[in-house]
Design a protein around this ligand. Structure first.
Ligand SMILES: [Zn+2]
Length: 162
């Protein structure tokens, strides 16, 4: 098992729509272990496969007591609205306020291929939506007005000394 390299903006893989997970075997379980290790090492609360360069619909998360593996994730329901700071490991955790639903229900498969549903609110709901977005080739900055989006990218570039 190993900590993987985190792919950063503007790598193409982050903008691709992930391919469905179809094989639920030991390779997938090992990959999820690596993803958890990579996420904890980076002190994140969620990590999606595109963030380690894999064009796959898969994420792991451990946020506010919700620890799970989600293959082929979908947001099946949302409710309310929240407006809080969000950041991404692929953008140097530069924060920006994003408006999202307050509650979200996640529908996904676990590492054995069994479907499950899980509801969350607040920060954990935000993680469901942020990570599912990654599987659709979307980043949190895609939810921002252009000016604020450009500000996040600018700060990230500055941090990276581009
Ligand atoms: Zn992210």
């Amino acid at each position: 098992m190993a900590v993987r390299n985190i792919v950063e903006y503007p790598d193409d893989v982050l903008a691709e729509i992930g391919k469905p997970v179809t094989v639920f075997d030991e390779t997938l379980s090992d990959l999820c272990i690596d993803m958890f290790e990579t996420m904890y090492e980076a002190e994140g609360v969620g990590l999606a496969a595109p963030q380690i360069g894999l064009n796959l619909r898969l994420f792991v998360m451990d946020c506010e007591g919700i620890k799970l593996i989600a293959a082929n994730p979908e947001i099946s329901a949302t409710d309310g609205e929240q407006s809080s700071q969000e950041g991404c490991l692929s953008l140097g955790k530069v924060p920006a306020v994003v408006v999202r639903p307050q509650k979200a229900r996640l529908r996904a498969q676990n590492e054995k291929g069994e479907w499950f549903e899980r509801e969350a609110e607040g920060y954990a709901a935000r993680a469901f939506m942020h990570e599912t977005d990654h599987c659709d080739g979307k980043l949190f900055i895609d939810h921002l007005p252009k000016m604020r989006r450009d500000m996040v990218i600018k700060r990230f570039k500055k941090e990276k000394k581009w």
